[in-house]
Design a protein around this ligand. Structure first.
Ligand code: XMP
Length: 317
């Protein structure tokens, strides 16, 4: 019978066999899947696993630093790359969601390739692919319809022509989390919500600028912190803020303001394919609205998204 402990023993054994004395390179995203996959591979081959974590400028507030610190604690051999400016330059003037995804996806591949080439004798590519990714890449993103081209680390294999190492390929998300816990990965990493590869770039509707990223990071940080402080974080599948390209009139003290609107999104879901808007308590919404408006200069209005998927999608872009 399947237990996380058995899975770990068997998988580490299988990884040793597959990899032998070769080296593995892997893109880490700060998410649950890549972290658990990397930890398993690290158990098998130690520092012959070379992790690469790119700051694309559209991560959550403080994410790059805190995730790198966690990787350090886990003993992973990870190089952090600050590539923020390259992404901001690439995103300048881009307003179409798919164009933004394309820029982020291709810059990411360029940077990853540069870094991978700099490591001598890389033989394999590690990936945190899980079972639903395998299915989804056939059904949703097959040749028939592409609703959103999910540009994430999944775009790598074809470009690199490396043998793949995918220890989570047969697992569902809840199993990945069980394995992660058994591996001793801290709960706040294991219980993280999914976060899209293009990050806040697809939550800033229209053109992405550094200034807008900072605004949204601040609002998002307050929102996620409030969800965690009230115990609501664990009750939703995914939550985040969206910066709307709309300014509206407000009043602050006795001054007129004309500032941006932020939308709060929280959904319940099993797999992200369908989702319901989360019925967050009115008190919570009232408090977080005040907190954001009072603390984030540049935002004077907060709205709550009450759309479910379908017909809406989880992200706005
Ligand atoms: P949608 O918006 O399609 O999102 O309902 C479903 C799930 O996918 C995530 N998502 C992405 N993840 N790259 C990713 O890695 C992307 O381009 C992308 N677009 C959406 C979204 O956050 C949700 O979890």
């Amino acid at each position: 019978d399947w237990t996380p402990a058995h899975f770990i023993t068997d998988t580490v054994e299988a990884l040793k066999k597959q990899i032998g004395d070769r080296k593995v390179v892997m893109a880490l995203s700060g998410g649950v899947d890549s972290t658990v996959a990397a930890t398993l591979i690290h158990r098998a081959i130690g520092d012959r696993l070379y992790g690469i974590f790119v700051d694309n400028g559209v991560l959550r507030k403080g994410e790059f630093e805190s995730v790198l610190e966690l990787y350090g604690k886990l003993g992973l051999n990870v190089k952090g790359i600050d590539a923020r400016q390259r992404f901001y330059d690439g995103l300048a003037g881009k307003t179409d969601p798919e164009a933004k995804r394309k820029v982020i996806g291709s810059l990411f591949i360029d940077i990853f390739q540069e870094e991978a080439k700099a490591i001598e004798g890389i033989g394999l590519l590690g990936q945190g692919t899980i079972y639903p990714d395998v299915i989804e890449s056939v059904s949703v993103h097959g040749p028939s319809v592409t609703i959103k081209s999910h540009h994430n680390v999944g775009g790598l294999p074809a470009h690199l022509h490396l043998e793949l190492v995918e220890p989570l390929r047969l697992l569902f998300k809840d199993e990945v989390r069980k394995v992660g816990r058994e591996l001793g990965i801290p709960a706040d990493m294991i219980d993280r919500h999914p976060f899209p590869g293009p990050g806040l770039a697809i939550r800033i509707l229209g053109e992405v600028t550094e200034e807008k990223v900072r605004l949204l990071q601040d609002a998002d940080h307050l929102y996620v912190k409030a969800l965690k402080d009230t115990g609501l974080y664990a009750t939703v599948w995914q939550a985040g803020t969206i910066l709307l390209p709309v300014k509206s009139v407000g009043v602050m003290g006795d001054e007129r303001t004309y500032e941006f609107t932020v939308a709060l999104r929280a959904v319940t879901s099993v797999d992200g394919m369908t989702a319901d808007w989360a019925h967050l308590p009115y008190d919570f919404l009232a408090n977080i609205s005040n907190e954001i408006i009072n603390n984030v200069r540049g935002i004077n209005r907060v709205v709550y998204d009450i759309s479910s998927k379908p017909p809406a999608t989880i992200e706005w872009e």
